[in-house]
Design a protein around this ligand. Structure first.
Ligand code: SN0
Length: 314
């Protein structure tokens, strides 16, 4: 694999899922593969799971890891072509990416969207400029429109916990106080559409995802109907794509409750985390035996390790 920006970079999805589950059983089988190789992890935004799980995955493969919080620890970066740099941006991404590429064999980048300029966000300006100028393979640690390591993790977690061959998987919007990116739901939809599952999306009016991501999923504004017979409930808030970046509804009736979980086929509850208790989902659901959010977060290591392994082998 030459890069990992989306599911489209994966040539053999079932094979990669099996690889991740195999690595979970054999974490040190490739401990020399990454010898003398360096992974750079650049964060323009906060991280807990992505940062620690990707670092651990790389170390399991014998790699060295350098981590930088770019926004606080480095120079302000300019991304506009032809910019007259007389403001507060000290360095252009053309140099910054190329320089980090001198020190690293693979570079991971996390950068959230502006949520103000839809066209620019959906063009993926930041991560694409790293691809263009770094000169080494790029790994997405969540970009403006996607979070592929999370979605891959979600797929392997569904694969290892499902009780029927082709489970019903429901992505449900949930309320929040902040305008959040569409990256997690976009990416989850993209991966579920590529997998062998019965996939349903439910959200209030005005929260439709970009059609390129929702694809052929069944979409309903009736959350209770969506929950009926579900094997997995995947909750996530996102801001509007249509009325870009806005919160147009924060109806608490969309919170995930035990009562609603009762409509499902004893569904497992999933969330990428961090999750706000009793806003997105009530305590009773998160604290129930059906919540697999911790197992899901644990699997971030094996997803990252399978991807890094393929990138090292490329
Ligand atoms: C991010 C998001 O994309 O929704 C990261 C998820 C992996 N989530 C948040 O920014 C949550 C922030 C909050 O204040 O709850």
């Amino acid at each position: 694999m030459k890069q990992f920006l989306s599911v489209h970079d994966v040539p053999d999805l079932p094979g990669l899922v099996q690889e991740a589950l195999w690595l979970k059983q054999n974490p040190y089988a490739d401990e020399n593969l990454g010898r003398h190789k360096t992974l750079g992890l650049l964060f323009f935004n906060a991280s807990l799971r992505t940062r620690l799980s990707t670092q651990k995955a790389a170390e399991n493969l014998g790699m060295k890891v350098m981590v930088m919080n770019v926004t606080t620890d480095s120079w302000g970066l300019e991304f506009e072509d032809g910019a007259i740099m007389n403001g507060n941006k000290a360095e252009h991404v053309k140099e910054a990416a190329a320089v980090v590429g001198q020190y690293c064999d693979i570079i991971g980048v996390r950068s959230f969207p502006s949520l103000t300029d839809r066209e620019k966000d959906y063009q993926e300006q930041v991560i694409k400029q790293f691809v263009k100028y770094a000169g080494v393979p790029i790994l997405s640690l969540e970009s403006a429109t996607r979070h592929p390591l999370q979605s891959f993790t979600d797929l392997i977690t569904i694969e290892e916990t499902k009780t029927v061959a082709r489970p019903k998987v429901v992505l449900t919007w949930a309320p929040h106080v902040k305008a959040l990116p569409q990256a997690v739901p976009n990416s989850f939809a993209e991966w579920m559409n590529a997998a062998d599952v019965d996939f349903v999306i439910t959200h209030p009016e005005g929260y439709a995802l970009a059609p390129e991501f929702s694809g052929n999923a069944r979409i309903t504004h009736n959350q209770r109907e969506a929950f009926e017979g579900a094997d997995f409930i995947y909750a996530k808030n996102w801001s509007s794509y249509e009325t870009y970046g806005q919160i147009i509804n924060s109806d608490p009736a969309w919170m995930i409750t035990q009562e609603k979980m009762g409509l499902t086929n004893q569904a497992k509850f999933m969330h990428c985390l961090p999750v706000r208790r009793n806003l997105v989902v009530e305590d009773a659901v998160l604290d129930s035996a059906n919540s697999i959010v911790i197992q899901e977060a644990g699997n971030r290591v094996w997803a990252a390790q399978a991807v890094l392994k393929r990138m090292l082998q490329a």
